[in-house]
Design a protein around this ligand. Structure first.
Ligand code: ATP
Length: 242
């Protein structure tokens, strides 16, 4: 049984249909890179999976249960954690308080205040700092730490490297294998293709609200991904499949 199954999902922003009849299934332990141009619908899809945005139609099945109309905090309790683009933190709360809030709504498991601090030692010294006063890298670490504190089975990472210094991004990517402790599953939205491919086991590309490419990372050529990204069909035509 798949961990996550998306069935003919439509998600709208008013009249705009941001996600169109999307269907796919993800097994436990996969690391999926979700790529696509700005506005392709990636964030909207992740937010719908996390319960932050209600779909217009379709189903979201997690661990065998239909969670389509479940409130976001109840999905967290079941093991779905979103690290949103823009890192929405409680800026007037300290690092420790941000992490504690997550602990209360989540599941029990490997990730605790202690193990998160071990993963991101930079946060140890900043424990009592207000998150509003942190650097971009520190804030991102808190955002990921907050998701981990819920001991998620499915982690949805939305452009975690956006706006960060290269050295911080490298550190984040080095920590990714540790995020997957205990068999967690990861969906990662990333603008930088080579970075996404360095960790992914599977690549999905969105274009104008649809999944136009879904392939194991090992057999994904850069050319095929770029074609899908821009809506070109060179590869498909070459194989007579257009
Ligand atoms: P980006 O990399 O720019 O975040 P994305 O692939 O994540 O792109 P979305 O942010 O999901 O794409 O946006 C999909 C479409 O929905 C776009 O046309 C965008 O303008 C629109 N959209 C996104 N958020 C909203 C919103 N809050 N209100 C109205 N339209 C929105």
């Amino acid at each position: 049984m798949s961990l996550l199954s998306i069935e003919r999902l439509d998600v709208r922003h008013g009249l705009l249909q941001a996600v169109r009849e999307v269907s796919f299934a993800i097994d436990q332990g996969e690391t999926v890179a979700l790529v696509g141009a700005n506005g392709a619908g990636k964030s909207t899809l992740l937010r719908a999976i996390a319960g932050a945005h209600a779909p217009a139609s379709g189903r979201i099945v997690f661990d065998g249960a239909d969670v389509t109309s479940l409130r976001a905090y109840k999905r967290v309790a079941r093991g779905i954690a979103l690290v949103p683009e823009g890192r929405r933190l409680f800026g007037e709360m300290t690092v420790e308080e941000n992490l504690q809030v997550a602990e209360r709504v989540g599941r029990r498991g490997y990730w605790t205040m202690q193990t998160v601090m071990q993963l991101f030692p930079m946060l140890q010294a900043r424990r009592d700092a207000l998150t509003g006063n942190l650097s971009g890298g520190e804030r991102q670490a808190v955002a990921i730490g907050r998701a981990l504190m819920t001991n998620p089975r499915l982690i949805l990472l939305d452009e975690v490297s956006l706006g960060l210094a290269p050295v911080v991004i490298e550190g984040l990517y080095r920590s990714l294998p540790q995020l997957l402790q205990g068999g967690a599953t990861l969906v990662l939205v990333e603008q930088e293709l080579s970075r996404a491919l360095s960790v992914a086991t599977r690549v999905m590309c969105m274009l104008e609200g649809r999944i136009v490419l879904d392939t194991p990372a090992a057999s994904a050529t850069r050319e095929a991904i770029v074609d899908a990204y821009f809506g070109l069909h060179r590869g498909a035509e070459a194989k007579g499949a257009a």
